[in-house]
Design a protein around this ligand. Structure first.
Ligand SMILES: C[C@](O)(C(=O)O)[C@H](CC(=O)O)C(=O)O
Length: 302
């Protein structure tokens, strides 16, 4: 049941994320690299958004996804997104950015930033992308402590603490499902099953758990591009597309840069661009202008 505060205030971002995953199955969660991408994803009809750790590292810092960005780096991008949309935002908090007290601070700061939930993972601090070789995990109990540190820091009971396990690729399916059960017991509100290779493996998670399971449908990784129908069939609760639009934007941008450089003009690619009026439409530019006119018309007339 969605909690509405006693003074009748709107449901919190966490409550909205929970509502979204109860209304759509699997809930499609769109990765958005920045505030404008959030506006685009919302206009396409998504009901929940995601800020990718790789996305922050790659797009905001030009760095690889190797745990080189910190809490403030991620918060800064998260705030920009929550500033333009009421859709619930799930944020990649890597390993929580430090030991127990830091994980607690991560949760409180994320809630203050209007974030709906985070996921923290069971990799060592020197983490890697979940779809790369050479991942190392902390002991299951240490990860359970991370989860407890996160859940006990909630200042909004509906804030979502999702536990990600990278164990399938490292320890195999049975151990990964066992870990997920332990994380659920420790208080995780959802489980992120990373780097799954077989559709049926999701069923092992969903049958063993009472909380929603997220499938990370990221391109060029270990997981095939399963459809929502396939994922629904094995009980998956959330389907994540962390970097899909970013990859497409990056390919488009490179093509434009190369064309301008090589051909001395952008004429050959201008048809592929979003127009000025489309951009302004998404931004509500004209509404802002009308407001400006209304506010300052007297000054101008005088
Ligand atoms: C989910 C992820 O952690 C991310 O940062 O978005 C990445 C995505 C990717 O590299 O494709 C991951 O799966 O490790």
């Amino acid at each position: 049941m969605e909690r509405v505060s006693e003074n009748g205030a709107a449901p919190s971002p966490g409550a909205r994320l929970r509502r979204a995953w109860s209304e759509e199955r699997p809930l499609q969660v769109a990765g958005v690299i920045n505030a404008y991408a959030a506006i685009l994803a919302e206009s396409a009809g998504f009901k929940a958004l995601y800020l990718s750790g790789a996305g922050v590292a790659n797009a905001s810092f030009g760095l690889p996804d190797l745990g080189m960005t910190n809490l403030n780096d991620v918060l800064c991008d998260a705030r920009r997104i929550t500033g333009v949309t009421d859709l619930p935002l799930l944020v990649d908090a890597d390993t929580g950015f430090g030991p127990a007290f830091v994980i607690g601070r991560t949760v409180r700061e994320m809630i203050r930033a209007g974030v709906a939930g985070i996921h923290i993972e069971d990799q060592v601090q020197a983490k890697r992308c979940g779809h790369r070789p050479g991942k190392e995990l902390v002991e299951p109990e240490e990860m359970a402590d991370r989860v407890k540190a996160a859940t006990s820091a909630k200042t909004d009971p509906d804030f979502v603490v999702m536990a990600r396990t990278d164990a399938v690729a490292v320890e195999g399916l049975d151990a990964a499902v066992e870990r997920a059960r332990l994380y659920q017991e420790a208080g995780a509100d959802a489980i992120f099953a990373e780097a799954i290779t077989e559709l049926e493996d999701y069923r092992r998670f969903t049958e063993a758990l009472d909380v929603p399971v997220l499938a990370n449908i990221t391109e060029f990784g270990k997981t095939p591009l399963f459809t929502t129908a396939e994922l629904a069939d094995v009980g998956v609760g959330l389907a994540l597309y962390p970097l899909s639009a970013f990859r497409a934007m990056s390919a488009a941008a490179l093509k434009v840069y190369r064309t301008i450089r090589e051909e001395g003009t952008q004429k050959g690619v201008v048809e592929e661009m979003q127009t000025r009026s489309e951009l302004y439409g998404f931004l509500g530019y004209e509404e802002y202008e009308r407001e400006l006119d209304r506010l300052f018309a007297r000054g101008r007339e005088g």
